[in-house]
Design a protein around this ligand. Structure first.
Ligand SMILES: Nc1ncnc2c1ncn2[C@@H]1O[C@H](COP(=O)(O)OP(=O)(O)OP(=O)(O)O)[C@@H](O)[C@H]1O
Ligand SMILES: [Mg+2]
Length: 475
C-alpha cells in the first residue's frame, strides 16, 4: 500500500533526488555555469576548485591540511568503518539484543573519526551500562576486526570511549632536537613524547625528587640532558650536577652549572657539594617566611635571585651503595645518603629538586626511604620485574605497560606514570652533547655559583650540621 501512496504523491521522486543529491547539485551548477557563461564557465568550474585548493595550501598550509584531514576522516567514518561498524561490534560481543525483537540488536554509536600521528581514532558513544573496560577486554578482537596491528582504548569522558588504531609506533623513531626551547613555566615542562605523538609535560613545582633507573645505555643520561637543556635557559633555575660515572657525560654543563663534579672516588668532594645544597635548603626553610613572606618556595614568584635548584646525581649508586667500601668511605657514603634523604624529604618547599639516576635500581643503591618519597619515577629499559618494581613501585606488577620489554634498539624509551598515576610509555628527545654544550655556553651568564646561593657557613650551623650528619649516618 505504501508504495502505491508514494507513487501517487510523487514522494518516490523526492526520495530518488535525495539519494543522488550530490550528483544533482554538481549537474545543476554545471548547467548554470554553461547557461550563464558558455563553455568558458564550464572550464572555469573544472579548473577553478583545484587552483583554489592549491592557493589555499600555499597561503595557509595548516588550515588546508586540517581540512583535508577532516574530509578524509569523514570519508572513513562513512565507508571504511561506518559500513562495517555493526558487524564489528557484533563479532566482538559489544552489541546488545533488543528485548522483544528477536534477531535485532543495538550497538555503541560510532560518532566521529579523527586522525592522529599514530593512526585513526574512532570516537564511540557507549550503550547504557557499558564502560571502557568492556572495550579494553576486547582490544585484541577489535584490532583484528578493524584490521589494525593494535587498538588502544581510552576513556574520553562519561559514556564515551576512544579507540586508537595503532598503525605506527611513534616511539620507534628517535626525536632528535637540534635546539631546545627555553622552559618558561616550571609547572608545565615538556620532557618526552607520548604514544599518541604529542608532548608530555611535568609540573616541577611542589616536587621534591625524581628517581630514574635503567640498564647501561638505556638513555638515562641523555634523557636528563635534554630536560636540563630546556631548564638551564631559565634564569631562575640553577643546576648542581654530580656525575658518579666519573666520565665526561656531563662536562657540557660546566659553564652553566652552579656546581659540577665528576669525582667518583674521593667521596669527600661529593659530600661537600651535597652538604652545600643541604645547607641552602635548611637556610631557605628557616628564613624564607620571614625574608620573603611565604613558607613554601612555590607560593612565591620565580625569581633569579632565589632560583629553583636542580641537584642531579647520575649513577648515584657510586655514592650510596656501600658494598665493597672501606670503613671510612662507608661513613662518608652514609652521610651522603642521609643528606640526599633529607633533601628528598624536605626539599620541596625550599625549591630544591633532587634527581637521582642509577643503573642499579635496588634498595642498596636507592634506599627505600628515598625512593618512596620521590614522586616522579622513570624506568628506562630494565631486565626484570623486580628492577621495574624497584623504580616504579608495586603498580607495575598489575600493569600491561612495563619497562621490561623495551627493545635494546630503542634507547630513550621509558615508562613513566602520567598525571593520573597510570603507567605509559614515552620517548625522551635526544640532544647531542655539542648542541647541549652550545646551549650551556650561550646561557653561561645565567650561572650563579653555589657558594653565592648558600652564603657563608654560620659557625654554629656548621657544628650542628656535623653532629646531625653523624646521627643520621649511624641511624
Ligand atoms: N632518547 C634517545 N633517542 C635516541 N637515542 C638515544 C636516546 N637516549 C639515548 N640514546 C642513545 O643511547 C646512548 C646511551 O645513552 P645514555 O648515555 O643516556 O645511556 P645511560 O642509560 O645513561 O647509560 P649508562 O648507565 O651507561 O650511563 C646514547 O649515546 C645515544 O646514542
Ligand atoms: Mg649515563
Amino acid at each position: 500500500m505504501t508504495w502505491l501512496l508514494k507513487a501517487v504523491t510523487g514522494v518516490w521522486l523526492l526520495q530518488l533526488a535525495w539519494r543522488f543529491k550530490r550528483a544533482l547539485a554538481v549537474s545543476a551548477v554545471a548547467v548554470f555555469a554553461i547557461a550563464a557563461y558558455g563553455w568558458a564557465g564550464l572550464v572555469l568550474l573544472v579548473v577553478g576548485p583545484p587552483l583554489l585548493a592549491l592557493l589555499w595550501r600555499w597561503v595557509h598550509p595548516w588550515s588546508y591540511w586540517r581540512f583535508v584531514g577532516w574530509l578524509v576522516a569523514r570519508h572513513r567514518l562513512r565507508t571504511t568503518y561506518g559500513l562495517r561498524w555493526a558487524e564489528v561490534m557484533q563479532s566482538c560481543g559489544l552489541h546488545r539484543p533488543i528485548p522483544g525483537r528477536p534477531g535485532e540488536f543495538t550497538t555503541p554509536r560510532l560518532v566521529r573519526v579523527t586522525d592522529s600521528p599514530v593512526g585513526d581514532v574512532l570516537h564511540v558513544r557507549l550503550l547504557t551500562g557499558q564502560e571502557p573496560g568492556d572495550f579494553e577486554r576486547q582490544a585484541a578482537e577489535l584490532a583484528h576486526a578493524l584490521g589494525a596491528p593494535a587498538v588502544r582504548v581510552t576513556s574520553a569522558g562519561p559514556g564515551l570511549v576512544e579507540l586508537t588504531l595503532v598503525e605506527r609506533d611513534v616511539l620507534a623513531d628517535a626525536v632528535e632536537l637540534h635546539d631546545v626551547e627555553a622552559v618558561t613555566d616550571l609547572r608545565a615542562v615538556r620532557f618526552a613524547v607520548g604514544e599518541d605523538g604529542s608532548w608530555r609535560t611535568r609540573d616541577y613545582a611542589n616536587i621534591a625528587a625524581e628517581v630514574g633507573g635503567g640498564v647501561p645505555g638505556s638513555g638515562k643520561t641523555a634523557g636528563e640532558t635534554s630536560l636540563a637543556c630546556g631548564l638551564i635557559q631559565n634564569p631562575a633555575v640553577q643546576y648542581v650536577v654530580i656525575d658518579g660515572k666519573g666520565g665526561e657525560d656531563w662536562s657540557w654543563i660546566a659553564p652553566r652549572a652552579a656546581a659540577y663534579t665528576n669525582e667518583d672516588e674521593d667521596l669527600d668532594v661529593v659530600l661537600e657539594l651535597v652538604e652545600s645544597v643541604h645547607r641552602l635548603m635548611r637556610a631557605r626553610l628557616k628564613t624564607q617566611k620571614t625574608q620573603r613572606g611565604r613558607a613554601n618556595f612555590w607560593d612565591l614568584p620565580l625569581d633569579p635571585a632565589h632560583p629553583a635548584v636542580f641537584l642531579v646525581v647520575d649513577e648515584v649508586q657510586t655514592f650510596t651503595d656501600q658494598k665493597g667500601m672501606d670503613k671510612d668511605t662507608k661513613a662518608v657514603a652514609a652521610t651522603i645518603t642521609a643528606r640526599l634523604s633529607a633533601l628528598v624529604k624536605k626539599g620541596r618547599s625550599a625549591g630544591v629538586i633532587t634527581r637521582l639516576l642509577t643503573q642499579k635500581p635496588t634498595s642498596d643503591a636507592i634506599p627505600t626511604a628515598i625512593r618512596d618519597n620521590a614522586s616522579v619515577r622513570t624506568a628506562w629499559r630494565v631486565l626484570s620485574d623486580d628492577a621495574a618494581e624497584a623504580i616504579l613501585g608495586p603498580v607495575v606488577r598489575g600493569s600491561a605497560v612495563t619497562p621490561v620489554d623495551i627493545p635494546v634498539s630503542m634507547p630513550g624509551v621509558a615508562v613513566v606514570a602520567d598525571a593520573g598515576g597510570q603507567l605509559e610509555r614515552v620517548r625522551f628527545p635526544y640532544v647531542d652533547e655539542h648542541t647541549a654544550e652550545q646551549i650551556a655556553t650561550r646561557t653561561a651568564e645565567l650561572r650563579r655559583d653555589l657558594a653565592d646561593l648558600t652564603g657563608p657557613v654560620p659557625a654554629e650551623d656548621a657544628t650542628a650540621d656535623e653532629s646531625a650528619s653523624e646521627q643520621e649516618a649511624t641511624a
